[in-house]
Design a protein. Structure first.
Length: 67
């Protein structure tokens, strides 16, 4: 009986390690997705800054024309 108990304990330990590895993999996937989102947001931020600059140039040109 002790041998059966040890085997069950070993199986439970292996199952726990497997579940932890699955959780670790899922967390790494989430981390990768967050880094992709962060990169996309930085690209959007850059594009918005370019648009802002272009609008300021247009505003300046309009002020020169109206002057």
């Amino acid at each position: 009986m002790a041998l059966v108990g040890e085997c069950l304990s070993l199986v439970a330990g292996v199952r726990g390690v497997f579940q932890l590895s699955v959780i670790s993999y899922q967390l790494s996937v989430i981390s990768y997705q967050l880094s992709v989102i962060s990169y996309q947001l930085s690209v959007i931020s850059y594009q918005l800054s370019v648009i802002s600059y272009q609008l300021s140039v247009i505003s300046y040109q309009l002020s020169v024309i109206s002057y």
